[in-house]
Design a protein around this ligand. Sequence first.
Ligand SMILES: *[C@@H]1O[C@H](CO)[C@@H](O)[C@H](O)[C@H]1NC(C)=O
Ligand SMILES: *[C@@H]1O[C@H](CO)[C@@H](O)[C@H](O)[C@H]1NC(C)=O
Ligand SMILES: *[C@@H]1O[C@H](CO)[C@@H](O)[C@H](O)[C@H]1NC(C)=O
Ligand SMILES: *[C@@H]1O[C@H](CO)[C@@H](O)[C@H](O)[C@H]1NC(C)=O
Ligand SMILES: *[C@@H]1O[C@H](CO)[C@@H](O)[C@H](O)[C@H]1NC(C)=O
Length: 640
Amino acid sequence: MADGWLFKLFLLMLLPPLTFSVSDSEALLQLKKFFTNSSALNSWVPSSVPCNKQTPWGGLLCHNGVVQGLRLEGMGLSGSIDVDALVEIKGLRSLSVINNSFQGVIPQLNRLGALKALFLSGNQFSGEIPPHFFTNMKSLKKVWLSHNKFIGGIPFSLGQLPHLIELHLENNQFSGHIPSFDRPNLKSINLSNNRLGGEIPISLSNFSANSFAGNPGLCGKILGVNCTKPVQNTAKLVTNQKRVVGKSGKKLTPKIIVALITLGVMLVFVIILAAMRWMKKKKKKGPNGPTTSSEGAIEVQVSVPTAKEEEVNRKRSGSSSRKGSGLVKGGGGAAELVMVNDEKGSFGLTELMKAAAEVLGNGELGYCYKVTMANEVPVVVKRMRDMNALGKDEFHKQVKQFGNLRHPNILTPLAYHYRREEKLLVYQYLPNGCLLYQLHGEHDTSHVGLDWPARLKIVQGIAKGLDYLHTELASLDVPHGNLKSSNVLLGPDNHPFLSDYGFCSLVNTDRVEALFAYKTPDVIQHGNVSPKSDVYCLGIVILEILTGRFPSQYLNDGNRGTDVVQWAESAFAESRQAEMLDPEITSSQNSSLANMEKLLHIGLLCTQTSVETRLEIKEALRMIEEVKVEEGPPLDISIE
Ligand SMILES: *[C@@H]1O[C@H](CO)[C@@H](O)[C@H](O)[C@H]1NC(C)=O
Ligand SMILES: *[C@@H]1O[C@H](CO)[C@@H](O)[C@H](O)[C@H]1NC(C)=O
Ligand SMILES: *[C@@H]1O[C@H](CO)[C@@H](O)[C@H](O)[C@H]1NC(C)=O
Ligand SMILES: *[C@@H]1O[C@H](CO)[C@@H](O)[C@H](O)[C@H]1NC(C)=O
Ligand SMILES: *[C@@H]1O[C@H](CO)[C@@H](O)[C@H](O)[C@H]1NC(C)=O
């Protein structure tokens, strides 16, 4: 007895120095578990210490018995990189997985804030890297992402790393402009063989041409390619527009290029003049009379290079593209902003391009920007990829239908811009951001959380908006299709608005799984969505709002977040549902506990796996509206 006690005490005293290596070992074994082909890591076994002197585990860089680096290069590894495990390796400063077979979007390695070197080259990583990805990785000195399949813009946060020395991004599919790199320490940079465009920033003018080769859209003194003025204006939102190889794939000779550029500049000039005259005319008609076409779409002709490019392509291929729908007015105007709702005034693409843009976020389908126009009206611009399910005319009809929706809980689009490669959707900007951020975002101390009355009001607003969509967009397979807390925006007084609805009709069929409704059990079990899939999504939001937990259902990997559905099922089975409620709402609202639990129960009924037992939207709405903030006034204040 006494011996055992002494032994424990002895262990306790020993613990502090031991903890590091113990957790390193556990973390590494955990990391190995998620690799699918880890035969190269046979030396990683529980019975030995990772950094032992005689036979250290393979691929480790150790210092004084602490793991400082992982060098897992050319080991045939695939599967996933468990960042949770990496976070546990407190001494980790460098990570290399060069020349393996990892796939998918970049792992959340930005949780490793102390990393000095990150080498991901020679894998199959794909997708966009969020613009802010590197913001919290201030220690980074070397970043190698070359020879992967990354797309989208080069994250501007890379350009802001204070200690960056080496940057290798070659042989990917990065597009857009090069952000500025005002970093004196930068010794080597390689951006070659991507799809970058625009002018090479002055801050990089000391590097040689072979840091930039293989990007047909780039221009600048280093490459000996003159940059034409109009291109710069469009820097903020439209990317990818300067391709020198035509659609037919034939290489253009320098002579033709010069001719094209001249033609382009002239065209842009003419169009700007036309637009200015048009604006003047419009002003004369008075502020309340915007000109509308027979279909009610306001047309604005704008000069972006794409118009030029498409015009050129059209001429070259000799086919005259259809000018259906009356959207294309005059010559060359393939790129205009079409207003579908002018309640907030009307504006053109030029105005949008000239305005200052700020990245708000990055979703699975594209980026989201806040743009503040000259008239001080801020709007949200969503740059959407993979939205080619409908041709131009049908796309117009569909978005126009969305533009006609009017409901206090529905955010109606204001305008869109259609190009084959991407679409811009413009919405009113709401100052309180999205519900997701309000619930789980990092807040400063002045942040006022959402109390129970606010949360109930939000749920009720969401349900009303959803019910309205189910009436108005009844012809769609799933009227909202993407209901989750990041698509619930909060206006003044936390009034909720639904956005990003109806996308199931717009998104390419092979990309619909990016929409949350397509991640419900309905698709996994029955292979199809239905309007009731929206109800399931509503249930998830209800459980999220009441628990304050981030639902694992939002993520594909299921490793992070809380499985709120499973939790609700077991909590109700064991009558422990009160434990689910977010302490932030229960602490001050004891008299409302029963109502909170009632709403929790509705959340459970909305997330039934079986479509048959799941609530209908009308039923759900009725029940949600019956929930009250309080039980009624307490009888006597002095009695508990
Ligand atoms: C698995 O790893 C071994 C050893 O590194 C490698 O030779 C093999 O090609 C890998 N297999 C696959 C399917 O990647
Ligand atoms: C990765 O593979 C490439 C091509 O096979 C090779 O040139 C390079 O040296 C390898 N890099 C490392 C760090 O193994
Ligand atoms: C380029 O290099 C020259 C000479 O090394 C130096 O004077 C100049 O400031 C550098 N310019 C930039 C933009 O770094
Ligand atoms: C950049 O990468 C390309 C392709 O791998 C290579 O040909 C070129 O020499 C590299 N340039 C520099 C400056 O490292
Ligand atoms: C670029 O433009 C300048 C004048 O603006 C001209 O002198 C020069 O020759 C041009 N260079 C190329 C490569 O076309």
